[in-house]
Design a protein around this ligand. Structure first.
Ligand SMILES: [Cu+2]
Length: 194
């Protein structure tokens, strides 16, 4: 019984193998191209994702991008209290449409984005701390360092805000002020270039 099954299996395997060999002899080049292309596509997607992770999408040639105006899209890192993008770069005085696409799936992962007019850690921590107490205002406190902010986004929701980048080249922090998120590292840096 067992050996008969095995024989059948070996036989079938041999048939498949010889078929495969035959086919690849017949159309070697074509078959290779066929089987490789899905992999390559996957790789491209992965690379795209990685790149976004590092730089945001400010420099990605969004439609409508110009010296005067650009669109930047930020996302959370899965269901972590982190931005996927460590930072993005804009030009001094450029109009920036900042979109936050809350791609999180966990109900607890509500986020906002506050653009600060400083790169100072202490100020960012202060804004985050005050934000914790501003629940009625989407955790956005009154603070001079806040240049612009989105509203609080639910998982699956997109929020946006348009602001003008500072004229002063330099680094400016952006943070999420949902309780504990800044403290957990939900912060990034906008670089303003001349
Ligand atoms: Cu957050």
């Amino acid at each position: 019984m067992f050996s008969r099954k095995l024989l059948t299996l070996v036989g079938a395997l041999g048939f498949v193998l010889s078929l495969g060999a035959c086919q690849s002899k017949k159309s070697g080049g074509d078959k290779q191209a066929e089987s490789e292309s899905p992999k390559q596509e996957q790789q491209k997607q992965d690379e795209g994702g990685d790149k976004k992770g590092d730089e945001g999408s400010a420099q990605k040639g969004d439609k409508g991008e110009s010296p005067e105006k650009t669109t930047v899209t930020l996302k959370p890192e899965g269901n972590k209290m982190q931005f996927q993008e460590d930072g993005f770069t804009v030009k001094a005085g450029q109009k920036v449409k900042l979109v936050f696409n809350n791609t999180a799936t966990s109900k607890a992962m509500k986020h906002n984005v506050l653009m600060l007019n400083t790169n100072d850690d202490k100020v960012a921590a202060e804004v985050a701390k005050k934000g914790t107490k501003a629940k009625d205002n989407g955790y956005v406190p009154e603070h001079d360092a806040i240049m612009a902010n989105t509203s609080l986004s639910e998982p699956g929701e997109k929020v946006e805000v348009t602001f003008t980048a500072p004229e002063e080249p330099g680094k400016y922090k952006y943070i999420c002020t949902y309780p504990a998120h800044y403290q957990a590292g939900m912060v990034g840096v906008m670089t303003v270039e001349k």
